[in-house]
Design a protein around this ligand. Structure first.
Ligand SMILES: Cc1cc2nc3c(=O)[nH]c(=O)nc-3n(C[C@H](O)[C@H](O)[C@H](O)COP(=O)(O)OP(=O)(O)OC[C@H]3O[C@@H](n4cnc5c(N)ncnc54)[C@H](O)[C@@H]3O)c2cc1C
Length: 502
């Protein structure tokens, strides 16, 4: 009998909540332990003086009805009755004189880029052909069957689905946006294209896929912001009979005779179960909660710090000014670099959220500025007064820049909120405050395609889910990963996996 089997899930991020929902749908009795007081993990937002600052979803794969991944969100109760904003452009990049508009529509993008740089027409055409091709790409096919469960036949089926895309994948998955940008003849395009997908190491394939999904209406922004989105999945889980313990940080995963047997919380409470899924930080799970007792050379190598991760500061502003007639996201290339948290930055991205009026009082706007940063810099000063001063200094420098873009804006600022990698680490336990687990680059793309182990050597009844076992992260893949963990467990228990929409 599996009906009575119990599962403990560590973490109420999207992966943990998803695992919980599918556990309940499949007759397991599950409970989630979460260190924070809220669901969602990185998928969050916070309200300050009438402004809602979103900390996560810019683009949600699976938002479009009938499109890849939409079923997953229906099963998790996240999309029913929810409105999505579908942007026609990803962002704009400008040096003050020239402007690259990153249209989602490949025809429009091709015409616009070619007008900006006729000499690069061939390169642009091949890039836009890639975007067109990816509009048919079923990314969800890669997560239908958990990779560890895939038989030779499953791999062959996946291979057949992927076959038409192999030439595009081979060409664009191995090329970073910076390398692509360097091929342009036009000096503005060299700089602007490097920033078009927000980080230069991003494989071009990733950006193409994003544009393709936006173009087909499958990468929208959920109205009400990321926490409301996470709350809907929390509700689904509770409605399915799941239990969530907040303020319940797991200190240790307890093992017995090579099996995961339970968890001990920091308050010394012990909870036992038949199976455990950690949907929390990967490094913390393997090396702290399990004390590094179940590893391999490969796992240790993954966590030795050589793989890329993404850290950032987010400066959020509540401003008494209506910016709804302005483009929603613009990266400004700077003539002179600015020094932010010890590093020179040559660009600053400014995003406003007026497209969702529920996030600010009437006539006012939320502005967010995201800056790449170095974890070690903040870690060295954390806990000292200089840390707060440094946060303020970063926001001051950024507001000075913003003044040049929107003269007089300083006077209109009603609230300033700063988040550093230490904020992300503190609130979600993610190693070095990483925002997506392993950053998707051309080096980590093979890990995404072929998968990362979801179990640990020598430990039975234990599984991992979430962004640390699905390189590149994203809310959607985290949810798919939670589902995959329950598919694995069902298979081991000889049960047919079941899923149903609300
Ligand atoms: C600024 C930003 C922008 C992003 N933009 C997008 C986007 O546009 N689209 C998109 O799809 N994705 C985006 N992402 C990525 C996405 O948010 C993550 O990849 C995804 O939410 C990860 O989910 P997860 O459940 O795997 O991990 P997490 O969200 O990290 O969840 C892990 C949970 O475990 C809890 N936990 C950790 N340790 C313990 C412990 N010891 N005991 C109990 N609980 C514990 C944490 O508190 C947390 O709730 C963005 C992320 C950030 C930060």
């Amino acid at each position: 009998m599996t009906e009575d089997k119990s599962i403990i899930i560590i973490g109420a991020g999207i992966a943990g909540l998803s695992a919980g929902c599918y556990a309940q749908m499949n007759g397991y009795s599950s409970q989630v332990f979460e260190l924070h007081t809220l669901p969602g993990g990185l998928c969050t937002a916070w309200e300050r003086r009438g402004y809602v600052f979103d900390g996560c979803i810019h683009y949600l794969f699976g938002s479009g009805e009938g499109q890849p991944f939409h079923d997953l969100w229906q099963e998790l109760g996240a999309v029913q009755g929810r409105e999505f904003i579908n942007h026609t452009e990803y962002q704009q990049v400008t040096d003050g004189e020239n402007k690259l508009i990153v249209y989602a529509n490949p025809d429009r993008l091709q015409a616009h880029m070619t007008e900006l740089s006729p000499l690069d027409a061939k390169l642009i055409s091949s890039f836009c052909d890639g975007v067109r091709k990816f509009t048919d790409f079923e990314l969800s096919a890669m997560y239908e069957v958990p990779k560890p469960m895939m038989s030779a036949r499953d791999w062959a089926t996946l291979g057949r689905k992927m076959l038409p895309f192999v030439p595009q994948l081979a060409k664009w998955a191995t090329q970073s946006t910076r390398q692509f940008a360097d091929k342009f003849h036009d000096p503005f395009m060299k700089k602007a294209v490097a920033q078009m997908f927000s980080w230069e190491e991003a494989p071009v394939m990733m950006g193409m896929m994003l544009l393709a999904f936006m173009h087909t209406g499958n990468a929208g922004f959920p109205v009400g912001a990321s926490l409301a989105f996470a709350r809907a999945i929390e509700k689904r889980y509770l409605d399915l009979g799941g239990k969530i313990h907040y303020n319940a940080q797991v200190e240790k995963i307890l093992t017995q005779d090579g099996r995961a047997a339970g968890v001990r919380l920091y308050n010394d409470e012990v909870h036992t179960s038949d199976k455990i899924i950690s949907a929390a930080d990967g490094r913390g799970t393997i090396f702290d909660m399990l004390e590094g007792r179940y590893t391999s050379r490969k796992i240790c190598r993954m966590y030795d710090g050589h793989l890329p991760t993404h850290q950032m500061c987010q400066i959020s502003l509540g401003v008494n000014r209506d910016l709804s007639d302005q483009p929603h996201w613009v990266t400004h290339l700077l003539d002179e670099p600015i020094l932010l948290a010890g590093e020179e930055r040559f660009e600053i991205g400014v995003k406003h959220y007026c497209f969702d009026p529920s996030l600010a009082p009437d006539g006012k706007s939320v502005i967010e500025l995201i800056v790449r940063t170095n974890y070690a810099y903040w870690q060295r000063i954390y806990g000292r007064r200089i840390y707060d001063r440094e946060q303020r200094q970063v926001s001051e420098i950024i507001i000075d820049q913003l003044e040049k873009i929107y003269p007089g804006i300083r006077e209109d600022i009603e609230f300033v909120d700063e988040a550093t990698p230490l904020s992300y680490e503190r609130y979600t336990g993610n190693w070095m405050g990483a925002t997506t687990g392993w950053l998707l680059t051309k080096e980590t793309t093979p890990m995404m395609i072929f998968g990362v182990p979801k179990t640990l050597p020598g430990l039975e009844d234990f599984y991992m889910a979430g962004q640390w076992v699905e390189p590149g992260g994203t809310v959607t893949i985290a949810a798919a990963s939670g589902k995959n963990a329950i598919q694995l467990i069902c298979t081991e228990d000889g049960k047919e996996f079941k899923a149903q929409a609300v």
